[in-house]
Design a protein around this ligand. Structure first.
Ligand SMILES: Cc1cc2nc3c(=O)[nH]c(=O)nc-3n(C[C@H](O)[C@H](O)[C@H](O)COP(=O)(O)O)c2cc1C
Length: 209
């Protein structure tokens, strides 16, 4: 499949074949793709929880508007954002830049100071909104990678983050959940797999200048 065929092939899977499991090799491709996602300033204010536990998936389904994709999927990926982006967090990022690229500190320091001051002036809500945008980017990236790897997926906002946070103990990790992505393989009788894609026409969505 070329990339456009792959993007036609994918759809928000409503019914997974619960007997089919995504291989560990494919999970590693997805986790690496998640980590390679571009983020604002490169700060990666994200973590991905990879769940492969049917009991836990069943429990989470109750807090996902009862959407059975969560119970039946091979794995459930939970996109989380860091709740605190402070001086310590930003300094760790720049330490990584210095260690990875051998960049002299005098080059790093002015930008580091500017970024620390900028985040210091933001409210908790502003930081949360900014971080959440990065999670959506990672979700988009993984949807495309899933399509290329022929893994089915269902992007989901339909869940109760507070409940997920409690069950997965995310608060203790300084995280909160923002998106869910059950992945696996479509059930033969998922009628949605046969539906035509509904999209506005290209003429409506593209402006050529
Ligand atoms: C951010 C986001 C949240 C979504 N939340 C849900 C959801 O909770 N449950 C669901 O069944 N589909 C959900 N969808 C799937 C969309 O309805 C679907 O992607 C859209 O209708 C386009 O169809 P397609 O993905 O099959 O091409 C979500 C999609 C996105 C991008």
């Amino acid at each position: 499949m070329d990339i456009i065929e792959s993007l036609h092939w994918r759809y928000a899977t409503k019914k997974f074949d619960s007997d089919k499991i995504v291989s560990q090799k494919k999970i590693e491709i997805l986790t690496e793709a998640f980590n390679l996602t571009a983020t604002s300033y490169g700060l990666q204010p994200l973590k991905l929880v990879v769940i492969k536990d049917k009991e836990l998936q069943k429990e989470l389904t109750e807090h996902s508007w009862n959407q059975q994709q969560v119970a039946d999927a091979s794995h459930v990926l939970v996109f989380c954002i860091e709740k605190v982006i402070d001086k310590k967090y930003i300094s760790q990022y720049f330490n990584n830049v210095i260690a990875t690229r051998n960049t002299p500190e005098e080059i790093i320091n002015p930008f580091k100071k500017q970024l620390i001051e900028s985040f210091d002036s933001k409210s908790i809500e502003e930081i949360s909104n900014w971080a959440t945008k990065q999670a959506y980017l990672a979700l988009g990236n993984l949807l495309t990678v899933c399509a290329i790897e022929e893994i089915d997926a269902c992007p989901m906002e339909g869940f109760i983050p507070k409940k997920y946070d409690e069950i997965l103990n995310l608060n203790n990790l300084g995280l909160t959940s923002v998106l869910v992505l059950p992945i696996g393989y479509r059930a033969k009788d998922d009628m949605f797999s046969e539906f035509k894609k509904v999209r506005r026409s290209i003429d409506e969505t593209i402006i050529k200048i």
